[in-house]
Structure formats: structure tokens, C-alpha cells
Design a binder for this molecule. Sequence first.
Ligand code: HPA
Length: 272
Amino acid sequence: MDKIEKMLDFLKSKIDISPETGIILGSGLGSLGEKIENPTYIDYKDIDGFPVSTAPGHKGRFIVGTISGRPVICMQGRFHFYEGYDMKDIVLPVRLMHLLGVKNLIVTNAAGGINKDFNVGDLMLINDHINFMGTNVLIGKNDERFGVRFPDMSYAYNPDLRALAKKCAEAVGVEVKDGVYIGCTGPSYETPAEIRAFRVLGADAVGMSTVPEVIAANHCKMRVLAFSLISNMASGILDQTLTEEEVLEAGRKKAEEMQKLIIKIIGELPNV
Ligand code: HPA
């Protein structure tokens, strides 16, 4: 038995529901985890062979339970390429979710706004991405348990789920923008010249996560929905510098709206 199957057995031994939706919570957005009902917590450090987040103050656990009555598995604390993890480790949780039977993946992140019509605190529904990480998580021998050698990425961000998200956003009175996410490795932020170049390429927001997980999720045919919270305007856009407090405050306010929206969406997901 290989390492992922052992992890799967361990997770199954800890939970008594079959999650249908996976959620990955981005930086500063972990509080949705507190809204999960009947939660079971599984710390990453208790899963043999699982990567452990080194960032201080990072929770690093799965929460399994229900949201709007639907079974979910949530990652509170994700792994970033800039932390030094292998791409394969970054997507291991997505693959575990797939083996657990998860069909929908909801991903959130904090991102820098490139589109000049965006403002700090905006919520962007990701409609597509540009992989600018210089590598691809699927490089290497293809594991047929997960998917085909050359997976299609034409609908990487599921159009039905995006339409549902827009309908739900209207219903709960949350404004969402729409745009393309460009994934960079970090950890340095971009230069103003890079941001100008990314705008020409068609990107609306920039961040250091999400792309590997979304590729792995598409590989195993999960339906993906993803949101960026615009936590700052990207390098070189604003003349004045924003204070960190302002950015955090915008994030706090909007994180709650994002939670409300995600809870509504989960309640309305079609049965799979
Ligand atoms: N650049 C890259 N990643 C980010 C940013 C940014 O401006 N903001 C939040 N994550």
C-alpha cells in the first residue's frame, strides 16, 4: 500500500461521513472553518507522512463536518510552493479529497488586484488562470488513479458552479467581480513592471497559490469554484501606500461576506 492509501485509511478511520465538497481556505480566510457543524478535527501532524505547515500561527488541520447540511472537508491551512514544499505535497490534500469521494472543490485565496477597476476588499470569482509558476504539478510519471496524462483545462473553473455562485451572490447581496488569476511562486512580491506585463497578458489578480491545486483537481475531474479576496492592489498601481491595518480591516469585513456566500453556495450545490 502506498503512502496516500495509508493516509486515506487513517482519515476514513476518523470520520463517519462522506464529504462531497472540499474547501481550501486561503490566508486570513480560515474562519469559515469555525462555521462547520458537527466538526471533526484532524491535525496534519497526526497524519503519517503528511506535509506540516511551518508558518507560525498556522492552524494546519482538516475539519470534516457539515455546512448548510451538506458534508464537507475543509483545509484550514494550505501549503505554498514558496515554503519549499514539492508540488506533489502541495496537491496531496486535493488527491486525498478525491479518493474520499469529494466531487466539488471550493478554493479561496488572498490576491493582489491587477485590474484597475478593482478595489481592496473586492471579491473576485476566478474564471480562469495563468500558470506563471514555471512548473506544473503533473510533471513526472502520470498516476492513472487520478487522471489522464493530458488533462483538459478548458473549463478549469466550472461554468455551472460559477453561474450558481453569481446567483447566490445576488441572493445574499454580496458583490462579486469576475477575473483571471495569475499564479506566481513568490515569495517576493511582483515588481511594477511584472504587474504591467501581467495586465497585458490578461490577468486581473495575482497570488502565490491555487494554480497547483486547481490543476490537480481538474486532473481528477473535480468541479472547481475559486474566489480571490483582493487584499491589496498589486505592486506599482497605487501612488499612496496602504497601511497594513487598512488592508487587514478590508479583509476582515469581506471575509465575512465571502463566508456567507460560500455557505449559501454549498447549500445550493446540485447533488452529485
Ligand atoms: N502579489 C502576490 N501574492 C499576493 C498579493 C500580491 O500582491 N497579495 C496577496 N497575495
